[in-house]
Design a protein around this ligand. Sequence first.
Ligand SMILES: [Zn+2]
Length: 258
Amino acid sequence: MLTDAHVNFSHKDLINSVDQLIKEGREGGVTRFLAVNSNIYDIEIDYNLIKNYDFVDLTIGHHPFLCNEVDEKNFKALFNKSINDYKDKIKIIGETGLDFSYDTKPINQINSFKLHIETAIKNELPILIHVRDAFEETYKIIADYKSELKTILIHCFTGDDEYADKFNNLDCYFSITGIITFKNAEKLRSTVKKLPKNKIFFETDAPYLTPVPMRGEINKPSLLRHIIEYYCELTQENFDNIAKISSKNYERFISCQP
Ligand SMILES: [Zn+2]
């Protein structure tokens, strides 16, 4: 009973084998998947890839990397139409957020992020946030909107102890990727160990971030198990227990319970 809380099925490395990847994932114990839309103009593609699977949820959002093309009016129209047309599947707003490691203008990222937040508030949906090299800016924006937002997820969490605490104080959920298995992730491991057990879940972020010992391969949901096994070794927790708790945490996140 595992949940892979972030798969980029429409990525070119996965798009032609989605059915196979889901089948293999299920054989590897993954019973629930979150398909992430990161280019709002491709929402129909993402929807069609997963529409026949009742155990796959979908997000809608525009990744901060792509935010040079933000057209506010167009975005709002697309959000409205898609959230209505695909309401059987769309459960979350995102992937959105801030990533200042990339050369997309910060102001465009911030405008897009706020537009996503306002859409999440208006539709009473959870929000999925990507943050890298922009922890303070992201924190401040979330804190401003906190009282109106439903549940908040910091996906692929890579922050330090300070931001783990700050986001935890805003009742955020955290999703953990294969980065925790990387050789140079000592500091992240020490932070991840301290994250509250009732606020974490796991994601492959496939096709990216393949866990050790499969580095070099394309990541896929069936490899989720390795990330959770690693986490359990790190924290001396029982695998089945963590699998159950993290899947329940995901359920709470998606049903807007803090
Ligand atoms: Zn991301």
